[in-house]
Structures are given as C-alpha cells and as structure tokens.
Design a protein around this ligand. Structure first.
Ligand SMILES: Cc1cc2nc3c(=O)[nH]c(=O)nc-3n(C[C@H](O)[C@H](O)[C@H](O)COP(=O)(O)O)c2cc1C
Length: 165
C-alpha cells in the first residue's frame, strides 16, 4: 500500500480544512502543515498531496516559501505528486488558484504529477495553474463554489485511485 502524505499551506484556515477533509477520504494519509514541518519527515512517502492557498496575485501561500526549496532537494524518483489549490474565482478571476503552479514549476521533472483536472465547470478568465489546457491539480473555490467542493474532491480521488492503493 502507498504511503501517503498531505502537505498544505494555509493563511486563514480554508486550505487546512480541505486538507483535513482529504485526510478523512484517503485511508492512512498523514497530514503536515508546511508552517511547522521538518523536511526530513516528508521523506518516507510514495505519494504526496501538496496543497496551497493562493495569495497576492496568483502567489504561493507564504509558509511554502521556506520549505519548497528544501522539498526540491528531496529524491522523488518513482514517487507521485497531486496538487491542489484554493482560490477565489470571482475576485481573482485572472489568477485563479495560480499558487499551485509554483509547486509544479519547482518539482517538474523530479516527480510524476498526477491528477490534472479539466477546467470544465469552472468560471474564471486566466490561471497559471492551467497547463496544456487543464488545471495541473485540483482547483477549489470555497469562497464562491463551496457547494461543488465535495463532488470535485470525490471525482478527483476517483481519478487518483489507481495511485493510492
Ligand atoms: C490578499 C488575498 C489575495 C488573494 N489572491 C488570490 C489570487 O490571486 N487568486 C485566487 O484564486 N485567490 C486569491 N485569494 C483567495 C484565497 O486563495 C482563498 O480565499 C482561499 O480559500 C484562502 O485559503 P486559506 O484560508 O487556506 O488561506 C486571495 C485572498 C486574499 C485574502
């Protein structure tokens, strides 16, 4: 069975709540807040969920800034990563959930990314998190579309199922 980590950065608690919900849905997953994680503790996993709030204009949540350069140095050979980002597609329509692109950019080529998501059903104008026509991970909007979150999470985990066993 895969050893699974959920690693998140959250400024006002929304991403934290989603990460906790994810933990209830993924059997055996361990939860880490990037604000106080030791990078050594992240080594013994096969599968990583990396989640972030989007701050500034499409920026990565602040607590990631210190840890991401350290995570970049880990050996991800044979490991898989699924990204998720929180955003507000109404107020930040041109940078929606863009934060996950920074994690993608930092770790691209070092690990296999899984869990790209169709942009169908989302309302926004632009996002760095869209690569080759799809979100590079799961975009969630608890500010405007909280009623879609459970279904989006469920569909995403269904896609990821083969990697989580
Ligand atoms: C100052 C500020 C800047 C934000 N910038 C963006 C943005 O560029 N793009 C976006 O999609 N959401 C943006 N958001 C919305 C947050 O990402 C969203 O509310 C998220 O759920 C917050 O998660 P957290 O509680 O884990 O910090 C911004 C929110 C604030 C307060």
């Amino acid at each position: 069975m895969s050893k699974i980590a959920i690693v998140y950065g959250s400024s006002t608690g929304v991403t934290k709540t989603i990460a906790e919900k994810l933990q209830t849905l993924v059997e055996g997953a361990e939860l880490f807040d990037v604000a106080d994680v030791n990078v050594e503790d992240l080594k013994p996993f096969d599968f990583y969920f990396f989640g972030t709030a989007t701050v500034g204009v499409g920026d990565l949540q602040d607590d990631w800034d210190v840890i991401l350069p350290k995570i970049e140095k880990l050996d991800f050979t044979g490991k898989k990563i699924a990204l998720f980002a929180l955003g507000d597609s109404a107020s930040f329509s041109t940078s929606f959930a863009g934060a996950m692109y920074y994690i993608y950019k930092a770790l691209k080529g070092k690990a296999e990314f899984v869990g790209a998501v169709s942009t169908d059903g989302y309302t926004f104008d632009e996002s760095d998190a869209v690569v080759d026509g799809k979100f590079i991970g799961l975009a969630l909007d608890e500010d405007n579309e909280y009623d879609l979150t459970d279904e989006r999470l469920k569909n995403w985990l269904e896609d990821l199922k083969p990697y989580l066993q």
